[in-house]
Design a protein around this ligand. Structure first.
Ligand SMILES: c1cc(-c2cnc[nH]2)ccn1
Length: 250
């Protein structure tokens, strides 16, 4: 997969090369990442990348010509099949299903806005999809692009090592993760659940699934609505709920 970002702050993206899953995937060529800075497409002495909004009011808008030329340069490099994604609170809310759909694309060009945003005509003409990582306003689209790139790269074949793929599985199945424990066995008087010390791998698997189902029921019941649980999952969740209500009476 080939990725590109149009951004006024390319140095923010250097962390993706430095470490972790994205760093390894880039080094192995599982994914490519190129950056285009609209400032490199300016022609005036001050390298101006913003412009005043029609209609007045506070703030600035991203200047059209440098941004448009940067997007065109990205499209030219990534190939006409690339999807151009604009990060904004107006966009489709990102979730794992959205990442999985995007991971099937050959090339993606992320456009990270700054200031008050991008001229609506550029959004109409140049942008294929708008994406949001949540209902809040950031200083620009860069961090949202990095979130999406991290989530996408983890889905690419060969990107994850054994341990990370275990973590990925626990989220990808649409449930919240089970609790995790490591040494020491007792912290502030709190012990590790005995099943995890039993060496009984089947019991441990069932306990972890029960905890994942129970935590999802407690914290994100919306993830369970409309989801068909198999018999084992139904049984384990019912058991969790019985135990929870016996303990907390609600
Ligand atoms: C994606 C982008 C943004 C954003 C872009 N510029 C200001 N906020 C917020 C949430 N998700």
């Amino acid at each position: 997969m080939r990725l590109g970002v149009v951004t006024l702050f390319p140095s923010m993206f250097h962390v993706l090369w430095d470490s972790g899953v994205t760093g390894r995937a880039l080094k192995r060529g599982i994914v490519g990442l190129n950056l285009w800075n609209p400032r490199d497409f300016t022609h005036d002495r001050h390298r101006t990348v913003d412009d005043r909004p029609y209609g007045g009011g506070p703030g600035m808008v991203m200047g059209v010509q440098p941004l448009r030329d940067a997007i065109h340069a990205g499209r030219a490099e990534l190939g006409e099949g690339c999807r151009v994604l604009y990060l904004s609170p107006q966009g489709r809310r990102l979730d794992q299903a959205g990442l999985e759909a995007l991971a099937t694309q050959k090339a993606l060009l992320f456009v990270a806005g700054r200031y008050e945003g991008v001229d609506e005509r550029l959004v109409d003409v140049e942008i294929d999809e708008e994406w949001s990582i949540g209902d809040y306003v950031l200083s620009g689209g860069e961090l949202a692009a990095m979130v999406m790139i991290d989530g996408l790269v983890r889905l690419l074949p060969g990107a994850l090592g054994a341990t990370e793929s275990a973590q990925q599985d626990s989220f990808v199945n649409g449930l919240l993760d089970c609790p995790h424990y490591t040494r020491p066995e007792v912290i502030e008087g709190r012990r590790v659940p005995s099943v995890l010390l039993s060496g009984n791998h089947e019991a441990i698997r069932r306990w972890r699934l029960k905890q994942a189902l129970g935590r999802t029921w407690l914290k994100r019941p919306d993830l369970l609505s409309g989801r068909i649980l198999n018999l084992e999952q139904q049984h384990l969740l019912a058991e969790f709920i019985r135990e929870y209500q016996a303990e907390y009476g609600e």
